[in-house]
Design a protein around this ligand. Structure first.
Ligand code: HEC
Length: 168
């Protein structure tokens, strides 16, 4: 009577332990399965073109703010450019094997830093050259990212006729 009972107990304990073990293995498997998906997630639903359009818009407005010698407005757009750049960096975008975020860090980030610096107390005569360096860095990155056909330039006339770029 004693032996079968002990056996029953032992079987129960063994079943319980293997149950726990199975659950652990399952949990680990799930973690491993989800890990790469999570790492890729930001880039998967990230719209690079939308962010580029934002860069384009703020670049143009920055030009007219500089043209009107409007310091606060120029600093505002320089900051907007930095925010968009940071969003692209944070998304770790890889597009057709090209490290977009890495390229941006290389080409645009340092130029935006010096733009912000020169806008602290702007020397307006020097600003067009500073602006042109930002335009060039946009294009350098387009070349580096297999999009050399997208060419940014200094704007000819304001697209936004409903905004006054002059100081109030
Ligand atoms: C990482 C390097 C990189 C930098 C820096 C960069 N771009 Fe781009 N840009 C790209 C890539 C890549 C595309 C193509 C996006 C796509 O495939 O959807 C693009 C697309 C564009 C487009 C086309 C989207 C449209 O709606 O027409 C515009 C405009 C643009 N960029 C403007 C700019 C401006 C302005 C700057 C500088 C302030 C800039 N880009 C800086 C890589 C860059």
């Amino acid at each position: 009577m004693k032996t079968p009972r002990t056996l029953l107990w032992l079987t129960a304990v063994a079943l319980l332990l293997s149950g726990i073990l199975l659950m652990q293995v399952w949990r680990l498997r799930e973690e491993v399965r989800q890990a790469p998906a999570q790492a890729k997630a930001p880039a998967a639903d990230f719209e690079l073109a939308v962010h580029m359009t934002r860069l384009q818009q703020h670049m143009e407005k920055l030009y007219w703010a500089i043209d009107a010698h409007n310091g606060p407005l120029a600093r505002f757009y320089a900051h907007e450019l930095e925010e968009t750049a940071e969003a692209i960096l944070a998304a770790n975008v890889i597009d057709e094997g090209v490290d977009i975020s890495g390229n941006l860090r290389l080409h645009l980030t340092p130029v935006l830093h010096s733009l912000a610096d020169s806008l602290k107390s702007p020397h307006w005569q020097a600003m067009p050259a500073t602006y042109l360096r930002v335009v060039q860095s946009c294009n350098n990155c387009h070349v580096a990212s297999k999009h050399d056909f997208i060419r940014i330039q200094v704007p000819a006339r304001p697209s936004w006729s409903n905004q006054d770029f002059r100081l109030p």
